[in-house]
Ligand binder design. Structure first.
Ligand SMILES: C=CC1=C(C)c2cc3[nH]c(cc4nc(cc5[nH]c(cc1n2)c(C)c5CCC(=O)O)C(CCC(=O)O)=C4C)c(C)c3C=C
Ligand SMILES: [Fe+2]
Length: 387
């Protein structure tokens, strides 16, 4: 079969507090996360948002120990997957390609070329597909492939999403059952699936299947769990002023409290590792909100991390993908984000309303940049390394 490799795709997170601003800059530089009509302004805008968000974001990472645990956990998952594949008689090298922090996807690709991998399975560590997560990594890989004839020699296949994988669903159901049994009345507990949100326009304008996959996934976990508990799904981690998928977790918790719910079990659904949004947002912010809303028994299902049944599921995905017809990057990165813009925002050259709107916005960005530079002594050119 040649030399087999598995490329695990993930988001990445700052290793330490000093990395936070640069990590945020990378994230907001991605047009799959925030798209503006004039691509030349993507990086200045990313610089502005990362500068404005740095303090809040750093405070949150400080709460969870001063950095993201994502790299450590993804490395442990890669090792566990390698061992499980070996047990199944499949030797494979593991590579981790993070989208916004080290080890970057480009670093993983360089190692794959150096190791002369001939057959590659591309496996995102997101169970459900979103344009903003797996989609963004696939688009980057597609670009790298188009630019590099050496990569085009590698036989590869992509696993676009895998939320229906039976071992994954069993692992989620088992972990949920274990937490339910910690309550004094397990059958009365309200199960609360909390998924990372995305802007509504991703789903409604650009056809992101994320919401549909999340909804199906919760139903499959409940079916596997086979318990009588009521359950709810809500979306967390909203960023910026636009409308995101609803209900928002921060509204749904007080509503349940007002209905008299006392026992709540949160199940994080869109990510398989502990990260800032489980450890800080759910365990600290939403716990406090639940307490204020009269929900005194608040528990959370831990992330899967290296759960053996989950790793078995990943190994089965890889083995099956090696046998199946290959899926190409062009097939899975086709979804192009067409975020709805107001007519005056659509770019037109000349003395138009669009020009007035965009000139006004850019003047505001420039003015804010000036103030930030005056306060911090650092401007956008320092940040992109030009000064
Ligand atoms: C499936 C999971 C995720 C989706 C969908 C997603 C979309 C999305 N995220 C942002 C903005 C931010 N995300 C941030 C961190 C972050 N996001 C995810 C997962 C999804 N994001 C994870 C796992 C993490 C944490 C990594 C870690 O360090 O542990 C952040 C930075 C943290 C913060 O400042 O709050 C931002 C900002 C957008 C805008 C978006 C969809 C458009
Ligand atoms: Fe995010």
């Amino acid at each position: 079969m040649g030399r087999v490799g598995v490329l695990l795709l993930n988001l990445g997170g700052p290793d330490e507090l000093d990395d936070v601003r640069h990590f945020l800059f990378n994230l907001f530089s991605d047009p799959e996360i925030i798209r503006i009509p004039v691509p030349a302004f993507q990086k200045p805008l990313a610089w502005l948002i990362s500068t404005l968000r740095e303090k809040k974001s750093k405070a949150n990472y400080q709460v969870i120990g001063g950095g993201s645990p994502l790299r450590r956990i993804t490395e442990a998952q890669a090792q566990a997957l390698k061992d499980k594949l070996q047990e199944k008689g499949q030797d494979a090298e593991m590579y981790i390609g993070m989208r916004y922090w080290h080890p970057y996807t480009e670093e993983a690709i360089a190692s794959i070329k150096r190791d002369r991998i001939t057959k590659l399975v591309i496996l995102p560590l997101y169970p459900q597909f979103s344009i903003s997560t797996s989609g963004s990594s696939f688009r980057l890989l597609e670009k790298l492939w188009q630019e590099d004839p050496a990569l085009q020699q590698i036989e590869y296949t992509v696993i676009p999403s895998w939320y229906q994988q039976p071992d994954y669903l069993h692992a989620m159901a088992q972990m949920t059952a274990k937490e339910l049994d910690q309550f004094s009345n397990p059958d009365e507990v309200q199960i609360f699936f909390s998924a990372h949100g995305v802007p509504v326009s991703y789903v409604e304008e650009a056809g992101d299947p994320y919401q549909k996959e999340i909804e199906e996934c919760t139903k499959l976990i409940i079916k596997n769990l086979n318990r009588p508990n009521p359950y709810t799904l809500a979306y967390q981690s909203r960023v910026g002023p636009v409308e995101w998928l609803k209900p928002y977790t921060e509204d749904a918790i007080p509503e349940l409290g007002a209905k008299g719910v006392k026992d709540l079990l949160v199940v994080p659904i869109s990510f398989v590792s502990e990260h800032i949004e489980t450890l800080q947002e759910i365990d600290v912010e939403y716990r406090e909100l639940a307490e204020e809303s009269g929900i005194h028994n608040f528990h959370r299902v831990p992330a899967l991390d290296t759960n053996p049944l989950f790793i078995e599921g990943l190994a089965n995905l890889v083995v099956d993908a090696l046998d199946a017809p290959s899926v190409k990057l062009a097939q899975v990165s086709q979804l192009k984000k067409k975020v709805k813009m107001y007519p005056q925002e659509r770019w037109e050259w000349g003395m138009t309303t669009a020009a007035e709107v965009w000139n006004g916005r850019l003047a505001m960005i420039g003015f804010l940049a000036l103030i930030i530079e005056l306060i911090s002594g650092q401007g956008p050119l320092h940040f992109v390394g030009l000064l």
